[in-house]
Design a binder for this molecule. Structure first.
Ligand code: UDP
Length: 494
């Protein structure tokens, strides 16, 4: 532990409420055979974890793929009789500036270009020390602690002292190793070498010195507010209600909360747009992402703008969270400002066809329902990231049978099979190729629909939560054996 200043007044671990969900929910979707494997894995885990708690720890409850996944995976785990609890650490601005620096470097980018030296380490460790003190009070020997991402890696040595089996999971990484990537791994190496094991999204992300790791790709929950089916009228009504589409809601803009209680869209989006919203029959191209440079919202805007004349009447919506809503992402407002400035520079006729949308983050389910409606309404969904650990937005769009264009980077290449279940953009910086892919999908609707159908099937086979839960169950059940499950194969089959 470095000395560092005291951060006590900033630190309060928060426990997130979870509503248990029965595993049986999957069966109609995956069939009896796959469901049988899921029930067997749950039984294995129940026996291995009897009387023990699984503590899940990350740095935000809302915004981004990790938070998105934790909610359903914990809900199913609790539904299966596993005592899984989710805690969110708290840090201050300095802490999240450092962890964002790490995040960028894990993806090969320098981010703010700042250092990762002893001073940064001391700040990082001091914040985590305060969080660890609170958490350690709850932990008993042989409990399992699953820490997510670089923000929590420094907790490993501290929590091991409680006798817990501490596992670290990274959702970040790149196959293109450069100096920033090595520096990020070096920063956290002293911590993660003390983990019982490590989980990665792809084996390409493993540094050569990492001896014990498993590969578990992310997944979506088909039944979540983000992914559940919505009828056409409700989709349009939600999007009219928040201000993205023209017109009055035809039916109430409602959805079901995860616990089954009714919800209604009460908050509007913050919009940057010239003129009225597009009507619902105009094709809408959509990218939904955090406002992060590596998501390349600017590249999407420029690719669309350059080709606008050949894209018929299509409009573009660049959609992200309200920038004050994602507590662990300090760059959001800068990136949104950059996008707004670039949008102002566009010719008026193009500007009228592009809107920047910040979604309300007051209620997680309300936000998810709006994203669901947007992805379902989209004529084409785009994820033009410059780097991507996995890219859950791609699986979400594919599940909704949307024709999808994704960059050929990171986990996106595990999801999209080029020309079969979507289009891959290689290299992701090729703005003209991006425009051409958009034109192709908007003009050849038959091809686009075929890609969408295949995409749905691919997600059903590889990327829904039941597969993910089975992998966790096997890993956790084997943690105390001398050789915990070391699954380093690429995305497993159904
Ligand atoms: N997301 C959201 N609301 C927003 C923007 C993003 O719910 O306004 C969600 C998106 O639907 C997806 C997640 O955030 O579930 C982003 O995950 P991804 O893996 O694509 O990227 P990350 O943010 O983790 O880098």
């Amino acid at each position: 532990m470095g000395p560092g200043p005291p951060y006590v007044s900033f630190v309060h671990l928060r426990e997130v409420q979870i509503h248990p969900t029965p595993l049986e929910r999957f069966e109609p979707l995956i069939g009896p055979e796959r469901a049988g494997a899921l029930y067997a894995a749950a039984e294995l885990a129940r026996r291995a974890l009897h009387g023990r708690v699984v503590f899940i720890v990350n740095s935000t409850e809302m915004g981004g793929g990790v938070a998105e996944m934790l909610q359903p995976l914990l809900a199913y785990s609790r539904g299966a009789g596993i005592n899984a609890r989710w805690f969110v650490i708290r840090g201050d601005e300095d802490f999240f500036r450092i962890t964002k620096r790490l995040h960028n470097r894990f993806h090969g980018a320098l981010g703010d270009g700042g250092p990762l030296g002893e001073r940064e380490r001391a700040t990082y460790e001091a914040v985590l020390h305060e969080n660890a003190l609170e958490l350690a009070a709850l932990i008993e020997p042989r409990d399992v602690v699953l820490l997510h991402d670089p923000q929590t890696a420094g907790l490993i040595p501290l929590l091991r002292r409680s006798g817990a089996l501490v596992v670290w999971r990274s959702h970040v990484g790149t196959e293109q190793w450069n100096e920033p990537v090595h520096s990020a791994w070096s920063f956290i190496r002293p911590y993660i070498e003390q983990a019982a094991t490590v989980i990665l999204t792809r084996s390409e992300y493993a540094p050569d010195w990492l001896r014990h790791y498993s590969v578990i790709p992310p997944s979506i929950d088909p039944f979540s507010v983000k992914n559940e089916p919505l009828d056409e009228q409700t989709i349009r009504s939600i999007l009219c209600r928040v201000g993205i589409l023209r017109g009055k809601p035809e039916v109430p803009a409602i959805y079901s909360h995860r616990d089954g209680t009714p919800g209604r869209i009460d908050h509007c989006a913050d919009l940057v747009r010239a003129g009225p919203p597009p009507p619902s029959d105009v094709p809408l191209v959509v990218q939904v992402s955090r406002w992060d440079r590596l998501k390349d919202m600017l590249g999407v805007m420029h690719g669309f703008a350059r080709r606008a004349a050949t894209l018929g009447e299509a409009h573009l919506a660049l959609v992200g969270p309200n920038v004050s809503g994602v507590s662990d992402d300090p760059e959001g407002s800068q990136v949104l400002d950059e996008c707004t400035a670039a949008w102002r520079e566009l010719p008026h006729a193009v500007r009228q066809r592009i809107q920047l949308v910040c979604l309300p983050m007051i209620d997680r389910d309300e936000n998810a329902a709006i994203v669901n409606a947007l992805q379902r309404h989209a004529a084409v969904v785009v994820q033009k990231s410059l780097a991507e650990g996995f890219g859950l937005t791609v699986a979400e769009a594919m599940w909704k049978a949307r024709p999808t264009i994704g960059s050929a980077v990171g986990g996106i290449v595990e999801q999209i099979v080029e020309g079969e279940s979507g289009l891959l953009l290689d290299p992701p910086t090729d703005v003209d190729a991006f425009g051409a892919a958009l034109e192709r999908l908007l003009s050849d609707r038959e091809f686009a629909e075929r890609l969408g159908r295949n995409a749905h099937q691919r997600v059903l086979e590889h990327f829904i939560g039941s597969r993910h839960l089975i992998q966790y169950a096997k890993l956790f059940s084997s943690l105390e054996s001398p050789h915990p499950v070391q699954d380093t194969a690429p995305a497993p089959g159904p």
